[in-house]
Design a binder for this molecule. Structure first.
Ligand SMILES: Nc1ncnc2c1ncn2[C@@H]1O[C@H](COP(=O)(O)OS(=O)(=O)O)[C@@H](OP(=O)(O)O)[C@H]1O
Ligand SMILES: Nc1ncnc2c1ncn2[C@@H]1O[C@H](COP(=O)(O)OP(=O)(O)O)[C@@H](O)[C@H]1O
Length: 275
């Protein structure tokens, strides 16, 4: 409970979540802060306080850190990374889990979305916070400008990889379920994250099975030439060479729940279901 760790520091009252790391403690930053008034949240607990004029303390002035150099990243010039005293490790303690990305790749109809939902439900029941980035869904908004030609698929994966990285940094278990047909695009997402935090899950389901399922009728349209560049029909799919988890090979008889259990077991073993 946030109130349990509330700090009163020379007039600066900061709600300190259970286990806020000492290295991030705000106590040493309190000197330059003037008169402040605490906020009391709905449950009566004390939260981050603000100055009497209503503004929150200026973190830049209380940080007292030297400013780093300006950078150029892509087309963004003169930009600077801003640090915050509340870091990933603190968010993870709050959630009692470790942020990571479960990247589910496979043909259309291989069961990516079904698995993502089953996994989300299973982790939710264990009190773990997940968020699903599903290819179909993300293309309804953030990536609505992208087509299915190779460079747009690459941009689709790049953006989702970056968003997934932010979710992982938030301490959340992010499940990204996209066809993501190209190895280099998936590997680029892997390389955005610390070692171990990117778990590639391959839905190893044959084209024949996916086509027989055809829940949206897209394979039928692709076979009829009404959809061009459909993955597996007239567009490539490159299966992973070194994924962490491979699921769904015919004959294994794995249901979505059994598949989700495999991933939960993996996360438990690797320590991601605790801070
Ligand atoms: N040409 C073509 N090829 C493959 N898939 C197509 C295509 N056109 C539309 N769709 C629908 O889009 C869904 C896949 O989107 P993704 O963002 O996951 O694709 S990709 O990762 O950019 O390749 C995919 O959803 P899933 O069936 O859930 O995989 C399809 O419903
Ligand atoms: N493990 C499974 N075994 C049998 N059928 C499945 C399994 N997972 C999903 N399905 C079915 O296959 C179809 C495609 O699943 P879906 O999750 O939408 O795949 P994708 O997201 O990869 O396109 C759906 O009709 C779904 O009910």
């Amino acid at each position: 409970m946030i109130a349990a760790g509330a700090k009163s520091l020379l007039g600066l009252s900061i709600a300190s979540p259970k286990g806020l790391s000492d290295s991030n403690s705000l106590s040493s930053h309190s000197r330059s802060v003037g008169v402040v008034r605490s906020c009391v949240s709905m449950d009566g607990s004390q939260t981050l306080s603000h100055n009497t004029n209503g503004s929150f303390p200026e973190l830049k002035s209380i940080n007292g850190k030297k400013q780093g150099p300006l950078s150029t990243v892509g087309n963004s010039t003169n930009i600077k990374w801003h640090e915050c005293p509340v870091e990933k490790v603190d968010r993870q303690r709050l959630l009692d889990q470790k942020g990571c990305v479960i990247w589910v790749t496979g043909l259309s109809g291989s069961g990516k979305s079904t698995l993502a939902c089953a996994l989300n439900q299973m982790l939710y029941k264990k009190g773990k916070l997940c968020y699903i980035l599903d290819g179909d869904n993300v293309r309804h908004g953030l990536n609505r400008d992208l087509s299915f030609k190779a460079e747009d698929r690459a941009e689709n994966i790049r953006r989702v990889g970056e968003v997934a990285k932010l979710f992982a940094d938030a301490g959340i278990i992010c499940i990204a379920s996209l066809i993501s047909p190209y190895r280099t695009d998936r590997d680029a997402c892997r390389n955005l994250l610390p070692e171990g935090d990117f778990v590639e899950v391959f839905m190893d389901v044959s084209l024949e099975v996916c086509e027989a399922r055809d829940p949206k009728g897209l394979y039928k349209l692709a076979r009829a030439g009404k959809i061009k560049g459909f993955t597996g029909i007239d567009d490539p799919y490159e299966p992973p060479l070194n994924c962490e988890i491979s699921l769904g090979r015919e004959g294994s008889g794995t249901s979505p729940i059994e598949m989700a259990e495999v991933i939960v077991g993996y996360l438990e073993n690797k320590g991601y279901l605790q801070a």
